[in-house]
Ligand binder design. Structure first.
Ligand code: ACM
Length: 707
């Protein structure tokens, strides 16, 4: 191989812990040959490679440096430390990626990470043949890239009053000059950026910069308030689109950004604009009138169109979050579908390229287990590695031509709750391994069990390379079902490696003297259940469940309105299955409803004396989840004619940061009932000052008790 790519690979190989000497073309023994050849059936894409290992030689063939680089990655992954060197079994590999765009996004705004740490993550991306690193460089929490024309962006907008994002966000959300006491933040100089971009290039990775517009721009508008509708700092999150100065600013910034990043794609954000200020801003209103725009969505679209034209004129392409569909998609834009896959489907049907990054599968800031006790505080969600792995990114709703527009897959690591490098790695690994298989492997070759068996070896590699990682794969997987005839909850337990599981039913800590799990356990009365898997390397985390039997447990239940599909899990039975939810609303134990009253009718099977009904809501106001404002209980003998026996009103919550489980209970004079109808009144709308002000709140309900 020759030229620039040869030099890249040569320096890469020299850095490996294997000693290689330069050979001659005619050498056939003890050689590692890297060969660039013509495109062929075996090598259909520039990233394809073949790897052949025999006792005499190792041969990697590809049509480009990228293919050779991936062949080297596979070779390294197949090699095992052996004595003072490495050994590798004879093998023939022929390999090609499914998607050309294989990305990971790192948010360096909410918490800033050093260029050295970014390079360490690039090493991990290279290992996984991921070829795009999207850097979320700008957001309210801090501007992270030096722009020569606008020094305040890094003298001021990159520094905030609190190192911890959560404290800062829930406190005053103010900025400081870099040299003021308490200023916390950081940024990449243009030299740092060049260094990162070059390091990435050596690993066949393109860095995609994201410069947020029109929203998520509080930090810019604090430094340059004339670009906001209010004209003063700390008032707006969105740029004023009526002001020509906004375009001058954005184009000047993008000009410097394009000079630093060779990436064809420039990401312009586009997500979550509040748009409220535009509705009353005279400049924005004038712009809408002059451009014949009837809705603020179209005003956003006007900005995106103009920015796209600017980027296209400079030979670049616009990439944005799926909200850029609002008000009309710019003609050449590529859409990153994050609010599920719907935006991606819509864009592909319009003939636009799409990168799939649906939040419920690929937001690595979500918890990686439902059992969040002992986990570092996270933004919410529940995204175990098996769920990541299960994503099929090409929607069946698309026809063959539309499907070709799904050009890639990306996972995102937002860092609001991730302040340390250790936690970044903990959230990303090993879920990145599952991401890599979605990106690279054809669906018919994916197999979670096979993948899970390879994970322990990967974890050894992470350990050896000095990466932190989650070990949740070793947790006991429990599955609870119920038998309404026998009124039993059935616990089924599994471990990925079939490690033996011991359990107790009396709340005591399980040990190897406890009962060995052999078959599903039938539980028919209130039980404090605990289990642990035993391995030579140490015992697993103890899983525990308080299974609460009451008169409603395992009884037939019907809901008048169904939960939101995303939060429907096992459906209505979730409310009477004996299992209570924890603080994680997305853990599968809570049903999430939006809009109507929650009305559940439980059939006790026979006239039964009752005097108590209670339930709980998992409230997380930042996540748009509010509590109940009322609850009522009605009873019936025939399931048709109901009479109300009690009702309560509850005050609406006003604490914008409330995050807790709220109980609701009603006691009443004993009465006989066969059917019990419980009606829970949600909070009608999100309160004033909330980002979703006026929109319907969610309510998350679990276990209904009747006694
Ligand atoms: C996003 O998560 N707001 C793109």
């Amino acid at each position: 191989i020759q030229g620039g790519e040869a030099r890249l690979l040569e320096s890469y190989l020299q850095a490996l812990p294997v000693h290689l000497k330069k050979g001659k073309k005619k050498d056939t023994q003890n050689v590692l040959s890297l060969l660039i050849t013509e495109k062929s059936e075996q090598l259909p894409s520039p990233e394809s490679y073949t790897l052949s290992v025999t006792p005499e030689r190792i041969l990697i063939r590809a049509t480009s440096g990228a293919g050779l680089f991936y062949g080297i990655q596979t070779l390294l992954q197949l090699s095992q430390p052996s004595g003072t060197g490495y050994s590798i079994a004879s093998v023939e590999v022929q390999d090609s990626p499914r998607f050309a765009y294989r990305g990971l996004m790192l948010d360096v705004s909410r918490h800033f990470f050093s260029k050295e740490f970014v390079k360490k993550q690039i090493d991990a991306l290279a290992f996984y043949k991921i070829n795009r690193l999207h850097l979320h460089l700008t957001d309210a929490a801090g501007w992270r890239i030096e722009i020569k024309k606008y020094p305040l962006l890094t003298e001021f907008a990159a520094w905030r009053t609190d190192a911890n994002w959560k404290t800062w966000w829930n406190g005053g959300r103010k900025y400081l000059r870099f040299d003021e006491p308490g200023a916390s933040g950081g940024y990449y100089t243009q030299d740092d950026i060049r260094e990162i971009v070059e390091y990435a290039r050596q690993h066949f990775i393109t860095i995609i910069p994201e410069i947020e517009m029109p929203a998520h721009s509080e930090e810019v508008l604090a430094a340059y308030p004339q670009l906001s509708c209010a004209g003063e700092p700390y008032k707006n999150a969105d740029f004023c689109i009526g002001n020509e100065e906004t375009f001058t600013f954005l184009e000047n910034v993008l000009t410097e950004v394009m000079a630093l990043f060779p990436s064809e794609y420039i990401h312009i954000g586009g997500d979550e604009a509040g748009m409220a200020a535009w509705k009353t801003c005279p400049k924005c209103q004038k712009r809408m009138k002059d451009e014949h725009l009837s809705h603020v969505d179209e005003l956003q679209s006007y900005l995106i169109h103009r920015i796209e034209k600017f980027l296209n004129n400079h030979g670049r392409r616009l990439l944005g979050w799926d909200e850029i569909l609002k008000g009309g998609l710019a003609p050449n834009a590529t859409v990153m579908s994050w609010r599920g896959t719907q935006g991606g489907i819509e864009a592909a049907k319009l003939g636009h390229d799409v990168i799939m990054t649906p939040n419920t599968y690929l937001y690595f800031d979500y918890y990686q287990t439902a059992d969040t006790e002992g986990e570092p505080d996270a933004i919410g969600g529940c995204l175990p590695i098996e769920h990541v792995y299960s994503l099929e990114p090409v929607p069946t709703e698309l026809n063959e031509i539309e499907k070709k527009h799904i050009i890639g897959v990306q996972a995102n690591l937002w860092t609001e709750y991730i302040a340390t490098t250790q936690q970044v790695e903990y959230m990303v690994l090993p879920r990145m391994a599952a991401l890599a298989e979605i990106q690279w492997t054809m669906p018919e070759k994916k197999d979670f069990n096979n993948f899970a068996q390879r994970l322990p070896r990967l974890m050894e590699i992470y350990q050896g390379m000095g990466y932190n990682y989650g070990k949740h794969i070793y947790d006991i997987k429990s599955n609870f079902t119920y038998d309404s005839d026998k009124k039993a909850v059935i616990a089924e337990l599994k471990t990925v490696d079939n490690a033996p599981i011991y359990y107790t039913l009396d709340g005591s800590e399980p040990t190897t003297s406890s009962t060995l799990y052999k078959a599903p356990i039938n539980i028919t009365s209130s039980t404090e259940f605990k289990a642990s898997a035993v391995r030579p390397s140490g015992n697993s985390k103890v899983i525990s469940e308080n299974i609460n039997f009451n008169k409603a447990t395992c009884c037939p239940i019907e809901l008048k309105s169904q939960p939101t599909p995303k939060y429907a899990y096992n459906g209505a039975i979730t409310l009477v299955d004996g299992l209570k939810g924890n603080g994680n609303y997305a853990g599968g134990r809570w049903l999430g409803f939006q809009g109507d009253n929650v009305e559940a009718t439980i059939n006790l099977g026979q006239p039964t004396e009752i005097s108590h009904v209670s339930t709980e809501a998992c409230v997380d106001v930042n996540a748009w989840i509010m509590g109940a404002t009322g609850m009522s209980v009605a009873v019936s003998e025939d399931g048709k004619l109901f009479s109300e026996v009690a009702n309560r009103e509850y005050p609406a919550c006003t604490d914008m940061n409330k995050k807790e489980i709220v109980p609701y209970a009603i006691n009443f004079n004993p009465i006989k009932a066969t059917f019990v109808k419980i009606t829970i009144k949600p909070t009608s709308a999100l309160p004033k000052g909330h980002t979703g002000e006026g929109k319907p709140a969610f309510i998350f309900i679990d276990e209904i008790f009747i006694n």
